[in-house]
Design a protein around this ligand. Structure first.
Ligand code: G1P
Length: 281
């Protein structure tokens, strides 16, 4: 039912400099697949096949990744290495890709607003690819959120509990508990100091947004760090209607930080390694 997934991917990735000087942070690999590939996999699993990217200067590698590479295809065709392209070929034949550019970095809210032309007037998913989510619960985080959307037909944010001292890295929510894993949002603060945080429930980079969010973003003044924050727009939406926070099942790695990135790499390596060992048996 939700067809489009938006991937805001214009950020600089300063925590990975100098690597990200000429490489988009979304192209950093976890083993052999770039982060963005995992995000697109998750969206596809959730039933979305229209992949919309908001990129920026220096991000052309993202477009090339989801395009055919004739020279490489020609070189590898019929060789023992051809299977290495299976994954990306399958992905490319299962979805469409569209791209637009954010000229100025004015925050996540502004990046999402820039994607309006690719989304049109429909609900859509949002994936921040540096939050890498692992399906340990039978289905991915976005697929779980689509189910919540089908029931409540409102914007949904994925949340997880974090240590109180870490709340200042996230958007933080508070609200009324509806069930074990659902909260009706009544408050939302972008990167609060621990003493000002309304709870320890942090938003991670997965959203389902209803299209009225675009008008709200347009009216949203710059907030934290002088940027237009999706968190502020969502609070406005919650005040005038309903926004749900969903405590997702699964594992999430913060691959926007070196520690999280290494942790994810280790996790996937051990999984692959265990699989190969099993295959040999
Ligand atoms: C963004 C959002 C924040 C959210 C986070 C999840 O922040 O603004 O509310 O908690 O993503 O990763 P960023 O990490 O881009 O600074």
């Amino acid at each position: 039912m939700i067809k489009t997934c938006l991937f805001p991917a214009a950020g600089y990735g300063t925590r990975f400099l100098p690597a990200t000087k000429s490489l988009p942070k979304e192209m950093l690999p976890i083993l052999t697949k770039p982060l963005i590939h995992y995000g697109v996999d998750e969206a596809l699993e959730a039933g979305m096949d229209n992949m919309a990217f908001v990129t920026g200067r220096g991000k052309r590698a993202l477009e090339d990744y989801f395009d055919r590479s004739y020279e490489l295809e020609d070189q590898i065709k019929g060789t023992s290495k051809e299977y290495l392209l299976d994954d990306i070929r399958n992905l490319m034949s299962s979805c469409q890709f569209s791209f637009t550019r954010q000229e100025d970095m004015k925050g996540l809210g502004h990046a999402i607003f820039t994607g309006k032309t690719l989304v049109r007037d429909e609900p859509f998913g949002v994936v921040l690819a540096d939050d890498l989510c692992i399906n340990t619960a039978g289905e991915g985080v976005l697929a779980q959120m689509v189910k919540v959307y089908e029931k409540y037909r409102c914007s949904i944010v994925a949340v997880m509990e974090v240590e109180k001292e870490d709340v200042s890295k996230y958007g933080v929510i508070a609200g009324k508990s509806i069930s074990d894993d659902l909260i009706m949002v009544s408050d939302m603060v972008e990167k609060p100091a621990p003493k000002d945080a309304p709870s320890n429930l942090a938003i991670i980079g997965r959203y389902i947004l209803t299209p009225d969010i675009f008008d709200i973003i347009e009216r949203t003044p710059a907030g934290k760090n002088g940027e237009i924050q999706i968190t502020d727009a969502l609070l406005e939406q919650a005040k005038n209607g309903v926004v749900m926070a969903y405590k997702f099942k699964g594992k999430r790695f913060d691959c926007g930080s070196v520690e999280g990135y290494v942790e994810a790499t280790k996790y996937f390596y051990e999984k692959e390694f265990a699989k190969k060992k099993n295959d040999k048996k």
